[in-house]
Design a protein around this ligand. Structure first.
Ligand code: CAO
Length: 589
């Protein structure tokens, strides 16, 4: 059964007549709930409005350049199989309190804030610091004193990335002049100065994470600047809030879930923007999703010419740029606009085949999940940039399996279940200690050896692959490792992993043993230099010198970065792992 649903602009705070600068869907598209539909932009922020439910787009009621306010119809959706009682316009508001809240619901929360802010501004006369935090002036400021301008209330968002710093020490700034730009995956917002004055010091840099109250600059205020600043603060703070993400939980995870490579991904914008070396007023003009898309491809936005209104860079501009660079210079996508040397041999590949699959039978296109898109970009980079070699071996785990079964019987009541993974983590730590170049990362011409042992393991989730990390695995026993890995795997499947739980890994294990297979080539989780793939154990006949005896054999597939690790070292590492697993008492040696 199908029904027609109007998707409307949700509550976007005080903002009215906000310009549509991007329409991201077309008639006939099949969209999913939470998929971004349009981007709205005011002079200080841009925000993407997501679909409150999924379906097929029947018609689109807005176009680029239109001005919209809350309640404006964006598009009509044929929501086949959807709950007909659902009010599309209300959906984001309904989700505002949950982890699932889309960007639209951000505005619902932010909507209350301008009033609160204005009210606070009217009554509060705190210290310079406190006043700055609330986006309002203080008495001292008007006499020309040193004050701190801090991040105002930005809704529920915390740990938001600084992607641009627009001022430098010694700059003279006007009240309401933008100081920094913050960006989440659905919104970007500029943080203005609450007062006019001279910047004494800048407290943040590109790539930092800030929250409400984080210091942005130290400002020597201009004498008698209090009045205009007050107006500026009250006016500008809500602008930032209008785009602030209200429910960062899910987005935070999506942002940081690229197969455990969150740090590398998040470092990218800083690099891209710093490379650009542009004056603030020349910074690339693009929506948060386009910035993120460019970041995933490693494309430097400052080198792309925007075809949108006011030279705004669209996703197509990024795609075309990448295609063009690939076609002309033959550089891999990971190096597009980046710092990779231009003199490497080009891949010089054929264009990707374009096939109208519908000509051959019924088809259905479904957007990749966010995790898949992000992890895909990371996996692609790692596959293209790291010279992988995989060493395959087997470990005789007959005795270890017997121990595992015994342990599980003993601990039946406590609910702790030990799988082979816990033993693998323990054995991997011992092998990393014996072969330190496996517990290292390449940094230019240096190999950085780590003296800690944080082990990541790939977890299969309904939305794609993530890599939670067990910290200080060397200090934990088998039961603790079993409990922690099972808790982290559950959190991963529930979509509740925190960014910190996926960071800092030294070495990863990808266990497909519970599923099957005899060997595979796991892709190294950069900047790590090796990863252990484990397939399903099976009983194999093994010659004991007199006869064949059935032994439980566990396949081990160790992929290593051949720039760092020689084939012989990899064979030794894998053989050592096998020996430990065959006789776990050796761990104690
Ligand atoms: N051989 C045989 N059986 C195995 C095994 C192996 N190597 N490893 C696990 N098993 C068994 C377990 O003992 C368990 O058996 P019971 O149900 O009878 O007790 C069953 O398989 C299921 O185990 P599990 O998968 O739930 O638990 P785990 O600790 O082995 O693995 C986790 C946890 C999170 C690693 C796993 O669930 C997972 O997500 N694996 C997929 C990883 C992945 O996608 N890798 C590919 C990434 S691309 O390189």
């Amino acid at each position: 059964m199908s029904n027609t649903i109007e998707i409307k602009v949700p509550d976007i705070g005080d903002a009215k007549d906000v310009e549509v600068i991007e329409v991201m869907v077309a008639v006939g598209d099949t969209i999913e709930a939470e998929q971004s539909l349009i981007t709205l932009e005011s002079d200080k922020s841009s925000m993407e409005i997501p679909a409150s439910q999924g379906g097929v787009v029947k018609s689109i009621s807005v176009k680029i350049g239109d001005k919209v306010s809350e309640g404006a119809v964006i598009l009509i959706l044929d929501g086949a199989g959807q709950d007909t009682s659902a009010d599309a316009a209300q959906a984001p508001a309904k989700q505002a309190g949950s982890n699932q809240a889309p960007a639209g619901s951000t505005a619902d929360v932010a909507a209350d804030e301008p009033e609160k802010q204005a009210a606070d501004g009217a009554t509060d006369g705190g210290s310079a610091d406190a006043a700055a935090k609330d986006g309002e002036p203080d008495g001292a400021a008007s006499t020309g004193e040193l004050m701190t301008v801090s991040v105002p209330d930005i809704g529920d968002a915390s740990d938001v990335s600084v992607i641009e710093v627009m001022v430098a020490e010694g700059d003279t700034v006007a009240a309401e002049q933008s100081l920094i730009t913050l960006e989440t995956d659905k919104a970007s917002m500029e943080i203005p100065s609450t007062h006019a004055g001279v910047v004494k010091s800048v407290k943040v840099k590109v790539g930092d994470k800030v929250s409400k109250g984080s210091a942005v600059i130290e400002l020597q205020t201009a004498a008698a600047s209090g009045k205009p600043a007050q107006a500026a603060a009250a006016k500008s703070a809500p602008k930032a809030e209008a785009a602030a993400p209200a429910a960062p939980e899910k987005r935070k995870q999506a942002d940081t879930q690229p197969a455990g490579q969150a740090e590398a991904t998040r470092a990218a914008p800083a690099q891209a923007l710093q490379d650009a070396n542009l004056a603030p007023n020349q910074l690339p003009h693009a929506s948060p999703s386009v910035r993120k898309f460019a970041r995933e491809l490693g494309a430097n936005l400052s080198k792309i010419k925007g075809s949108g209104p006011k030279e705004r860079i669209t996703a197509d501009d990024v795609r075309n740029y990448v295609k063009q660079v690939l076609a002309t210079s033959g550089q891999p996508a990971a190096a597009v606009g980046g710092a990779a040397p231009a003199d490497g041999a080009g891949l010089n590949l054929l264009p990707w085949p374009k096939v109208d699959f519908a000509k051959f039978g019924e088809v259905e296109a479904k957007a990749l999940s966010r995790i898949k898109k992000i992890s895909g970009a990371n996996l692609h980079r790692n596959w293209v940039m790291i010279p992988h070699v995989t060493n395959n071996d087997v470990a005789d785990i007959t005795d270890l399996e017997a121990l595992r079964v015994t342990l599980n019987k003993e601990n039946e009541k406590s609910g702790v279940k030990v799988t082979m993974l816990a033993f693998l983590i323990k054995a991997a730590v011992a092998a990393l200690k014996k072969f330190p170049e496996f517990n290292a990362s390449l940094d230019g011409d240096n190999l950085v050896y780590k003296h800690y042992f944080h082990i990541g393991f790939a977890a299969d989730t309904p939305n794609g692959l993530v890599v939670p990390v067990i910290r200080d695995a060397d200090k934990k026993g088998i039961l603790e490792l079993a409990t922690e890995s099972s808790n982290l795997a559950k959190k991963a499947r529930d979509g509740k992993l925190l960014p910190a739980e996926m960071q800092g890994g030294c070495f990863s294990i990808s266990s497909l043993g519970g599923i099957g297979g005899t060997s595979f080539t796991p892709i190294i989780n950069a900047p790590e230099v090796a990863i252990l793939g484990v397939s399903r154990s099976s009983h194999q006949p093994v010659w004991d010198g007199k006869q064949f005896v059935p032994r439980l054999q566990l396949p081990l597939s160790l992929s290593y970065d051949h720039r760092v690790i020689d084939g012989a070292s990899a064979a030794r590492f894998n053989a050592y792992l096998g020996a430990l697993l065959a006789d776990f008492r050796r761990i104690a040696l």
